[in-house]
Design a binder for this molecule. Structure first.
Ligand SMILES: [Zn+2]
Length: 108
């Protein structure tokens, strides 16, 4: 099972694309595709059509689309968007900020 540097509930900054510069919370990660779903990032508007004969109304629904993890940077609480390193601490692998060395815990 491949794992990503970015985990669910991380705060990330978007580096490329239309949403460049935005920060958001990671809603889902897709390790097999190396993509993440980020809150309010790459929102696509979908036209929902009402079905004939049913009492449903058409409209516009907004939904996030996954983006590649290489297009986002994890935001360090100390110094902002950063690259992620790893170190072993108490026999477990933890993520650290490559700039300041801050441990980046995975929020549950
Ligand atoms: Zn840092």
């Amino acid at each position: 099972m491949p794992s990503l540097n970015i985990h669910r509930n991380d705060t990330v900054k978007v580096l490329t694309g239309a949403d460049r510069g935005k920060t958001g919370r990671v809603l889902r990660v897709f390790p097999d595709k190396s993509t993440v779903l980020v809150e309010h990032v790459r929102v696509v508007k979908k036209t929902v059509s009402g079905k004939q004969g049913q009492n449903t109304r058409g409209g516009i629904a907004e939904q996030e689309s996954p983006i590649d993890v290489s297009n986002v940077a994890l935001v360090c609480p100390n110094c902002g968007p950063t690259r992620v390193g790893f170190k072993t601490e108490s026999d477990s692998r933890v993520r650290v900020c490559k700039k300041c060395g801050q441990t980046l815990p995975t929020k549950k």
